[in-house]
Design a protein around this ligand. Structure first.
Ligand SMILES: Cc1cc2nc3c(=O)[nH]c(=O)nc-3n(C[C@H](O)[C@H](O)[C@H](O)COP(=O)(O)OP(=O)(O)OC[C@H]3O[C@@H](n4cnc5c(N)ncnc54)[C@H](O)[C@@H]3O)c2cc1C
Length: 398
């Protein structure tokens, strides 16, 4: 297995590292400290990153994008996350959905949505699935049970659809210009057979943003409530087929998917290891440097070891995906593993730092709060259950 990087991958890695170190990291902590969740967002950094190509990284070259492979997306995500993991997530949220438009939309939809996305540095994307009474069951509904999954209703009216209901915790909620929204078009069957994905511009009458949620971690990242009140959507904004909404995304095997979360976690881990090492080598306790205490050495060893194991797992998974090798479950396992690692590593970093570790002004505390968000990203717990039956026998044929 050859993990050496090609010229293009190195280029993007270097660009992302420079942007993260020089432009993202210096603003990261100050934004995190702002109390109002709507005010934490900084358009300047997003527009600047967009000009450097980070917003449109995954769009095919045919549409003016960079068509970066999965290893490149992983490398960029790691670097940007070292700068600030919620700024990097704002960009990668666009990779998933711009890619889906390019892969699955009609020519007319690409003209209407992908073209403006490519032309406007402030054009962000969001995806609405989760509701107050539907979370992970969006991903693992008890088969064919109409009670499970989203309830937002879409009813046909001539060539149009009328949407009523709401979505919760939706990423880029208060800042996106375009949303991909799952709605129930047949409430009598399960969501696999009875839902449709609609493409909805932000300024559509009957659609508005409600709350912007105030989160403990990833404070820059905007998670909003989407409210639909007799919102009229033309039939030409259906993505894929009516009642084929779940399929529209599931069929797209070339989406970055949850590797983005694992790569993002790796960026945080690198940051935490660097901070812990620096503190341990420069501050004293009991008359000697913190790094000279054996207990701290064991903690640093564990932090380093877990981070390196995560790096190998993430890059291997991205590498396999680039070669279209069969996925026996690594895409999910690497996300599950990243949750364990990012939370253990950031907690150890806090312990090594002493009281400074839990002070609000310090980046140590921010990293731990950011890591906590992984507990509730992408239905991690339910995915752990779901993946088990797909796992192959050991030893794995390579
Ligand atoms: C920062 C952030 C960003 C997000 N962005 C988006 C977004 O852009 N779009 C979007 O649609 N959603 C988004 N979400 C929502 C999130 O992806 C979903 O709510 C996810 O399903 C949460 O999973 P959960 O397991 O944490 O909790 P839930 O699915 O809400 O479950 C609650 C509890 O019930 C358990 N449980 C759930 N289902 C089952 C089951 N079938 N069997 C047994 N136990 C079960 C869970 O393990 C958990 O303990 C975001 C959430 C966060 C925190």
């Amino acid at each position: 297995m050859d993990f050496s990087l090609n010229e293009e991958q190195r280029h993007w890695q270097t660009e992302a590292r420079r942007f993260a170190d020089e432009e993202v990291r210096p603003m990261s902590l100050a934004r995190d400290q702002i109390a109002d969740p709507r005010a934490t967002f900084d358009w300047e950094i997003i527009k600047r990153g967009s000009q450097l190509g980070f917003r449109t990284l995954a769009v095919p070259k045919e549409w003016g994008g960079h068509e970066a492979d999965f290893v490149t997306q992983t490398l960029v995500m790691i670097e940007l996350a070292r700068g600030d993991s919620s700024v990097s997530k704002t960009f990668s949220q666009c990779w998933k959905w711009s890619h889906l438009v390019a892969a699955s939309c009609t020519k007319d939809q690409k003209e209407r949505f992908l073209k403006p996305f490519m032309e406007d540095d402030g054009y962000l994307l969001g995806k609405g699935g989760t509701e107050a009474n539907a979370g992970s069951d969006n991903r693992m509904p008890p088969e064919n049970d109409p009670k499970a999954g989203w309830k937002l209703r879409a009813e046909r009216d001539g060539d149009d659809w009328i949407l009523n209901g709401s979505k919760m915790f939706i990423a880029n909620g208060s800042v996106a210009k375009l949303f991909f929204v799952d709605a129930r078009t047949n409430p009598d069957v399960g969501i696999r057979q009875g839902s449709t994905m609609f493409i909805i511009p932000k300024d559509t009458p009957g659609f508005r943003i409600g709350k912007v949620f105030n989160k403990r971690g990833w404070r820059f990242y905007q998670n909003g409530e989407l409210i639909f009140e007799n919102c009229r959507i033309p039939g030409t904004n259906v993505m894929g087929e009516v009642n084929g909404g779940v399929k529209a995304r599931a069929n797209d095997k070339s989406e970055f998917g949850d590797i983005e979360l694992a790569a993002n976690a790796l960026g945080i881990c690198e940051d935490a290891v660097g901070m812990a090492m620096h503190f341990a080598k420069n501050y004293k306790r009991a008359g000697k440097l913190v790094i000279d205490h054996q207990l701290v050495q064991l903690k640093l060893n564990e932090m380093y070891m877990l981070t390196e194991a995560l790096r190998a797992f993430v890059l291997r998974t991205a590498w396999e995906r680039d070669r279209k090798l069969p996925d026996f479950g690594n895409n999910v396992l690497v996300m599950n593993y990243s949750q364990e690692v990012v939370q253990r590593v950031t907690k150890a970093n806090m312990e090594i730092h002493g009281p400074e570790g839990c002070m609000m002004h310090a980046r140590v505390d921010k990293l731990l709060r950011d890591a906590l968000v992984w507990t509730h990203l992408a239905g991690d717990t339910v995915q752990r259950v779901k993946v088990v039956k797909r796992l192959p026998d050991m030893p794995l044929a390579m």
